[in-house]
Design a protein around this ligand. Structure first.
Ligand SMILES: [Fe+2]
Length: 331
């Protein structure tokens, strides 16, 4: 518990979140003490080569399991980027992929959007939510299909999904409260912000085991462990990858800057995702890798312009929405 907030400082928000976390961790420790133990691995794992890549590009070029962008994602992006696209074009792409259509419909009808009446078809969803909102929602939802489970996994995929969804919901609620506009953009930013982490952990089993062990060791955040072992981190890798895939600028910024939000001057996305990432972890939606959850950048927090009390007031709604959205997007 002490480790969890070791780097977090003592701002008003952290103080209030600490209080929330104490109650939760105490209950969880009583209910499932084993879930707090570090993972154990087979003793015959081939040791990692230990060679640092030259950077994210080099790492991706050598990675054996370079993820490819699902076709529906590419088509969605083309439709969203084309100023001549119509509501029907977008609805048609969403309808073509039954899983995506179901998820979009259920999300559109959930508490995430305050629409009147029941939305029963993708074209109704696009019509009622508007082109941009529906496009952003579809893009974020479709991105989740990138996160597939491999046979040998160090990363707990369920925790990863929950963390991504929690971060999306918290980011969206912060954006609404702060009046930043386009809430679905922040939802999508939260869903996709750790894409680089997924790629790192899925690329090489020996490397992932070593990274996990380093990140479990005292005082190491996952970010610091990656930086030391690989010379770059999952945020820069994620930003690089989303840029290669031609994702919208704000989503690239959210992934690239979520651990260094001050570096992104153009959009508030990195700041919001940075704060949402911390809150999601403090609420228990963490990855189960490092026991440390990092810190909240004071400037980012101040620029968003909401108070710690406002966040605490949002928590019951946030928890409910996370559960709802998780049920909708669960595989
Ligand atoms: Fe991260």
């Amino acid at each position: 518990m002490h480790n969890l907030f070791a780097q977090a400082g003592n701002s008003d928000l952290v103080k209030l979140l600490k209080k929330e976390s104490f109650k939760r961790v105490y209950k969880e420790m009583l209910a499932a003490p084993d879930s707090f133990l570090p993972l154990t691995f087979p003793s015959d794992i081939e040791p990692w080569s230990g060679e640092k890549p030259k950077g994210p590009g080099d790492f991706l070029a050598e990675s054996l399991v370079l993820p490819s962008l699902p076709q529906v994602q590419t088509q969605l992006q083309e439709i969203i980027d084309n100023p001549e696209s119509t509501i029907n074009d977008l609805a048609e792409i969403i309808s073509r992929e039954p899983k995506l259509a179901t998820a979009v419909l259920r999300l559109a009808n959930s508490g995430l959007y305050k629409v009147k009446g029941k939305i029963e078809t993708p074209s109704k969803a696009v019509e009622l939510l508007g082109f941009e909102k529906a496009g952003g929602l579809a893009l974020g939802t479709a991105s989740l299909s990138l996160f597939k489970r491999s046979d040998e996994a160090v990363l707990d995929l369920e925790k990863f999904w929950k963390h991504s969804i929690a971060c999306g919901v918290v980011a969206q609620e912060i954006a609404v409260t702060a009046g930043l506009g386009d809430p679905e953009r922040f939802f999508a930013g939260g869903l996709i912000h750790d894409v680089g982490l997924h790629v790192i952990f899925e690329s090489d089993y020996s490397m992932a085991v070593e990274l996990y062990k380093l990140a479990r060791s005292d005082g190491y955040s996952l970010y610091k462990a990656e930086q030391e072992m690989l010379g770059f981190n999952h945020a820069s890798l994620g930003g690089f990858l989303l840029k290669e895939w031609k994702f919208p600028r704000q989503l690239i910024a959210a992934a690239w800057g979520h651990h260094n939000p001050r570096k992104v001057k153009t959009d508030p996305d990195a700041m919001v995702i940075h704060v949402a990432d911390f809150i999601a972890q403090a609420l228990g939606y963490e990855l189960g890798i490092s026991p440390v959850i990092g810190f909240i950048d004071r400037t980012a927090w101040e620029k968003i312009g909401i108070t710690a009390e406002q966040v605490i007031e949002l928590l019951p709604d946030i928890r409910r929405l996370i559960d709802d959205v998780f049920l909708i997007l669960e595989k």
